[in-house]
Design a protein around this ligand. Structure first.
Ligand code: PEP
Ligand code: MG
Length: 893
């Protein structure tokens, strides 16, 4: 195996092996772009190191060979005293993990070579500045010294000099600072800062390997669902310098605006600085467009390169570059992260430019982004109307509308959010140590840093609202307060609102309004109505791409006409689950209670008689809303306890009455009955088909209501397409009994009304036994709908009502699963039952219709699975229908 690749040897498709950064550096090198020469140590080397605790035996020689070649090419040796070659050692995993892992610049500097560098660059200040950066970065990331100690020493030096930035320190100050830093290293580690260049490099490589497994990197991977065993590659790259004076600098750029998708010049530039200064937000940057005035040649060249990259990658790219004395160097590129809105716009723009196909455009967006766009936004009329006060205006770094209590440190953010508070994390700038707080917060506000600052990049990645660089706000983390212009002071715990789409910051709580994307789906806004920002138009077009290619149909879980109509507007192709028990909540609950508790046939008939007209009216409305489309009505499936009085409350009431000697006969009877029906495990109890078999006439009443409602609609020359679904079936015998009765009732209604109804009867598959005997069950069912909520509950033996609150957090933390199996289908367990039951059902009945109506029907990853398994449709709640349509399209494209 080969562990080291020169930049000329790789390409962009080798991300597994070379990491994203290494693969793209190679790609740029081979495109002929100005990339400083270097080589990449593979992820395989890292994995072997992490597994065995030692570098692979062959690694050292391979590195030596590549280093030799690099030295030959550059005409100088690493750390050579009179003219040192310096290198950067940078991590680069397959998936970008911004700021999570380590980078060390200026490797090769030492007490000896710093003078050579000064002489070669004819710049003593620069050489000592580079050296102090090396000792600082190396000390912190490789030798494990607390970074604050260096920061404090740097601050002290600036204070002594009266300098307000590090540019105010001269060569002598920096030389002293290097001495101070080296002292700190000795004091903290008991070892000297290593002077031998190759030793520096080897230790830095090892530190990068080790950084794969830091706590913050692990946390980030869990968040982003990045597998933990990929390892990182390490890039060793010859140094170019942005800190050589005003004709040098470093910057970050995007080929389009990552927030909106608009075309133009986007990025930040910092004169006389090294790379980490920009991303860390240490000094304030200037907009990239200003570079044109500073160095027109480099600017023009950069613009041309960005054009090349975009056409080559056929996507938005982000870029890190450095200008060394007027010479432009590309240090990194990758397909850039973007906001949800930008993703949709860019996808359609690229289709228009002929760079990608519609099918590819579908892969450039996803359901999570679409659902983000469906979140409400702040009501600007209120926000600007003087009722709440705008206190600042920063950079719109990651969109969304977030309201919460001000907190000033990560620890408090986590603590408060655990106790159910919504918080906004406010920092001067963030760094990777703030990750926990950022995850816990509703939104992030910083007073420094641009669109590429740590806060902005990480928040965008998480889909969190972020406003950064709100410079007029003064953040005092020590005293936990924020001061706005005009002396407005926000203390910890005060409510603030931040708008990540406009960058505005408000004191108090701003009300929210629906998103334009929802307005569009609702039919209240036309796709062409937003020429200015084009988002709705882009969503409209992408949805059309998805609808054109998807094979899965999308239905709604809805049990009233209002939800059904909304679902239809959102694109539902029918109702996949009408939960009839939802029709008996509220004031009708007592009617069910009477039915369940009925002692005599007469009482029961009376209760059923009262329910029939109500049910029929419900169904008429539903069939009307979904005229011409299938409506699957599920017969009653209540966990019984939801329909009976609470046993504790009732017991207390009766006991109190008894102590007062005025116990009421009815209550006593009720209590007795409730006791009799009380179950320890209602979810495994008298539910679903069992209830229908135990309470005579219940299902017959519902079937009659469905049939009569359908006949009524037919008589009105409409097109009702009702389907009757039996819940919680475990064996075909249950289904056969219910079917016989249903067929009889339907025949009666058909005879009485003189209409042919053609009502399909099917079942839910939501018990393991049903899935295992699906072949038999299909004899009596015209369709299956997988109830993956109950199927997950019964396959795992997890109570769906309790589990999220009890041990799931621990399971998620331990990585037993990355996401709750109630949210995303467990492919290996529950999913494999779905797969085999679908096959067995179709073997019995080739035209068996197959759907799924558990919560997973609207979950992006699960939709792909159901597509693969070959189901006919997914059914989900109305608001998730657009997401399901999109993902079904993505699965098929
Ligand atoms: C299911 O179990 O997946 C289902 C859709 O039924 P319910 O959620 O109503 O139990
Ligand atoms: Mg169920």
């Amino acid at each position: 195996r080969k562990f080291v690749y020169d930049f000329t040897e790789g390409n962009k498709d080798l991300k597994d092996l070379l990491g994203g950064k290494g693969a793209n550096l190679a790609e740029m090198t081979n495109l002929g772009l100005p990339v400083p020469p270097g080589f990449t140590i593979t992820t395989e080397a890292c994995k072997e190191y992490l597994e065995s605790g030692a570098e692979p035996a062959a690694l050292r020689d391979e590195v030596s060979a590549h280093l030799d070649a690099l030295e030959q090419q550059m005409g100088k040796r690493l750390g050579q005293a009179d003219d040192p070659l310096l290198v950067s050692v940078r991590s680069g995993a397959k998936f970008s993990m911004p700021g999570m892992m380590d980078t060390v610049l200026n490797i090769g500097l030492s007490d000896a070579s710093v003078n050579g560098l000064a002489a070669q660059a004819d710049n003593e200040r620069f050489a000592w500045d580079s050296y102090r950066r090396l000792v600082q970065m190396f000390g912190k990331t490789v030798m494990g010294v607390d970074g604050d100690l260096f920061e404090e020493a740097l601050e002290a030096a600036k204070r002594a000099k009266g300098a307000d930035s590090d540019l105010g320190l001269d060569a002598a100050d920096l030389r002293q600072l290097v001495e101070d830093f080296k002292q700190i290293v000795v004091k903290e580690t008991g070892r000297d800062f290593p002077q031998e260049p190759r030793e520096q490099m080897d230790l830095a490589v090892r530190a990068v390997f080790d950084s794969w497994n830091t706590e913050r990197a692990k946390l980030y991977r869990r968040q982003e669902r990045i597998p933990g065993d990929l390892g990182t590659a390490v890039n060793v790259c010859s140094m170019v310098f942005g800190n050589l004076g005003p004709d040098s600098g470093t910057g970050v750029a995007f080929t389009r605006d990552p927030a909106s998708g608009a075309q133009g010049t986007y990025g930040d530039y910092l004169q006389d600085a090294q790379g980490e200064d920009v991303v860390a937000g240490i000094r304030n940057t200037v907009p990239l467009a200003d570079l044109e005035g500073i160095d027109k040649t480099s600017y023009d060249q950069l613009m041309a390169i960005m054009q090349t990259l975009e056409t080559h990658y056929r996507d938005l790219c982000d870029i890190e570059f450095t200008i060394e004395r007027g010479h432009l160097w590309m240090l990194q590129t990758r397909v850039g992260k973007r906001t949800a809105a930008a993703a949709f716009r860019i996808a359609t723009q690229l289709v228009d430019q002929g760079l990608i196909t519609e099918a590819e455009a579908l892969q450039r967006v996803n359901g999570a982004q679409l659902s983000q766009l469906m979140f409400p936004r702040f009501d600007d009329t209120v926000a600007e109307g003087g009722e709440v006060r705008r206190i600042g205006w920063g950079i719109a770094a990651s969109p969304g509308a977030a309201v919460g209590k001000a907190v000033f440190d990560s620890y408090t953010a986590v603590k408060w959010s655990r106790s159910g508070e919504q918080v906004i994390l406010i920092r001067r700038e963030t760094n990777p140590d703030d990750l926990n707080g950022m995850i816990a917060a509703e939104g992030i506000l910083t007073s420094r840093g641009g669109k590429t600052s740590h806060a902005a990049v990480v928040a965008r990645g998480m889909g969190k609202t972020c406003v950064c660089g709100a410079e007029e706000l003064e953040v005092d983390t020590k005293r936990r307060r924020l001061t706005a212009p005009g002396g407005v002071v926000i203390e910890e715990g005060d409510l603030i609102s931040i708008d990540g789409s406009t960058g505005k910051v408000y004191l108090g709580e701003v009300p929210v309004v629906p998103s334009p994307v929802v307005e569009y789906f609702e039919g209240r806004m036309h796709a062409g109505a937003d020429e200015a920002d084009g988002l709705v138009q882009a969503v409209h077009r992408v949805m059309a791409y998805a609808d054109r290619v998807r094979r899965l149909r999308v239905r709604a879980n809805a049990d009233n006409a209002e939800d059904a109509s909304r679902a239809r507007r959102f694109g539902a192709q029918g109702i996949g689950l009408c939960r009839t028990e939802h029709m008996f909540l509220g004031e009708r609950r007592e009617m069910v209670e009477r039915l369940v508790l009925a002692d005599t046939d007469a009482e029961r008939e009376e209760a059923l008689g009262a329910l029939l007209p109500l049910q029929k009216a419900d169904f008429i409305e539903l069939f009307e809303a979904m005229d011409g489309l299938p409506v699957t009505v599920r017969l009653l499936d209540p966990p019984l306890h939801e329909f009976l009085p609470d046993i504790t409350e009732l017991s207390v009431r009766v006991a109190l009455a008894e102590s007062r000697n005025d116990a009421n006969e009815n209550d006593l009877r009720l209590l007795q009955a409730v006791h009799k029906l009380h179950e320890q495990n209602p979810m495994l109890g008298l539910r679903g088909v069992r209830l229908g078999l135990v309470i005579p006439g219940l299902f017959a009443m519902q079937v009659r209501a469905i049939a009569e409602a359908a006949a009524h609609r037919k008589a009105a020359k409409c097109d009702p397409r009702a389907e009757i679904m039996i819940p919680l079936v475990g064996t075909v015998q249950e289904l056969e009994i219910v079917r016989e009765e249903a067929d009889r009732v339907i025949a009666e209604v058909e005879a009485a009304t003189g209409t042919r109804l053609r009502l399909a009867i099917g079942t839910m598959i939501e018990l393991p036994r049903a899935a295992l005997t699906a072949g038999q069950i299909a004899e009596a069912a015209e369709f299956f709908s997988f109830g993956t909520n109950d199927l997950t509950q019964t396959v795992w033996g997890f109570s769906r009502d309790d589990v999220e609150a009890s041990f799931f957090t621990a399971y998620l933390e331990k990585g037993i699963f990355g996401v709750s199996p109630f949210e995303t289908i467990d492919k290996d367990g529950v999913g494999s039952l779905v797969r085999s039951a679908a096959a067995a059902g179709r073997a019995t009945r080739p035209d068996l219709k197959l759907g799924i109506c558990g919560e997973h029907g609207g979950d992006p990853e699960s939709v792909h699975f159901f597509h693969d398994v070959g189901l006919d449709y997914v059914s989900c709640s109305p608001f998730r229908i657009p997401v399901a349509r999109l993902e079904a399209g993505r699965a098929a494209a």
